[in-house]
Design a protein around this ligand. Structure first.
Ligand SMILES: CC(C)(COP(=O)(O)OP(=O)(O)OC[C@H]1O[C@@H](n2cnc3c(N)ncnc32)[C@H](O)[C@@H]1OP(=O)(O)O)[C@@H](O)C(=O)NCCC(=O)NCCS
Length: 161
């Protein structure tokens, strides 16, 4: 039955998209959607096994940005001794530049607290990501030469103390 117009008056069902993303912990059940975004986001995407390993670490913080049942983005952060290492962050291409990654990182800072410093590596050519990290307070602290094996690109090391 065609019911266009009627649905506008019905209340939202659980899990239905609302257009306002929310943040929660990443779950194993998110991983098929994560892999799909990952493959669209990186020249050398992480494997499923790498995500499973990170999710299994009790000291890590892995977050998801979701809209209804849709995964829009994710973040993976590990704690090594006295440092938080932001390992991976990506947003579905159709929903970029809407503040989703910034919101995920802000949530990470809130959940991790500010007692320990945060660090990350980013390709020197990834100006968009570098601008985002700078906007969140990260500062450049040197380069790891030829860090990325696919094209020999240098990594910019960034810190947030
Ligand atoms: C980098 C990435 C995660 C940013 O996600 P996002 O949700 O679009 O980022 P935000 O909307 O929170 O952007 C925050 C700020 O970053 C900068 N930025 C992000 N995308 C940008 C773009 N395409 N051009 C210029 N600046 C950009 C801007 O300063 C932006 O603030 P503004 O929109 O108020 O100007 C996303 O582009 C992505 O998934 N890229 C592919 C994967 C990747 O490179 N991950 C980072 C690996 S280190």
């Amino acid at each position: 039955m065609h019911n266009a117009g009627v649905s506008e008056t019905l209340p939202k069902q659980a899990g239905e998209a609302t257009g306002a993303p929310r943040t929660r912990r990443l779950a194993y059940s998110d991983l098929p959607a994560v892999i799909s975004i990952e493959r669209r986001s990186f020249p050398t995407p992480w494997s499923l096994a790498m995500f499973v390993l990170e999710l299994s670490k009790p000291s890590g913080i892995c977050l998801a940005a979701i809209d209804g049942d849709d995964l829009l983005g994710y973040l993976v952060c590990s704690r090594y001794d006295q440092v938080w290492h932001l390992m991976n962050v990506a947003v579905i291409p159709e929903r970029r530049r809407m503040g989703i990654a910034s919101r995920l990182i802000s949530q990470l800072l809130e959940e991790a607290g500010r007692d320990l410093p945060f660090t990350l590596e980013v390709r020197v050519s990834n100006r968009d990501a570098i601008a985002m990290y700078e906007g969140l307070g990260f500062r450049s602290a040197g380069v790891r030469p030829r860090y990325y094996q696919d094209n020999g690109e240098d990594a910019l090391i960034m810190w947030l103390d």
